[in-house]
Design a protein around this ligand. Structure first.
Ligand code: 5GP
Ligand code: ZN
Length: 110
């Protein structure tokens, strides 16, 4: 499958990893929008939030246990978690990912 984030998981494209386990990979965004900008992705390919079902939601719950640990490790206590679903909502990579943004004062949601 021609998926950028699957290639990052496979190690075919390098990334600045901050956390990894059997289910999830976290790496720094290549174009950071904040001092801390990390992407959390399931190692199984899901196109986006639209693909989350009762059968695969456990990995999403797991990611939400990992995010606070990584945030603490990177020294942020206040942060924003974003997932864009669909092109007109700002999704540019069709592999489910959660942005962790922190390290600066974040404005209102736009
Ligand atoms: P989206 O726009 O889909 O919500 O988020 C995709 C994110 O992936 C963007 O913030 C973009 O900067 C990031 N990104 C795109 N290509 C790469 C890459 O090759 N490596 C890394 N680390 N991030 C990438
Ligand atoms: Zn993928």
């Amino acid at each position: 499958m021609d998926c950028l984030f699957c290639k990052i998981i496979a190690g075919e494209i390098p990334s600045d990893k901050v956390y990894e386990d059997e289910q999830v990979l976290a790496f720094r965004d290549i174009a950071p929008k904040a001092p801390v900008h990390v992407l959390f992705i399931p190692k199984t390919h899901l196109a986006g939030a639209r693909d989350v079902t009762a059968d695969n939601a456990a990995v999403v719950a797991h990611i939400f246990t990992v995010i606070p640990q990584v945030a603490a490790q990177l020294g942020v206590t206040d942060y924003r978690i974003i997932t864009n679903n669909g092109a007109s909502a700002g999704q540019s990579v069709d592999h489910l990912h959660f942005h962790l943004l922190g390290g600066r004062t974040l404005g209102e949601m736009g």
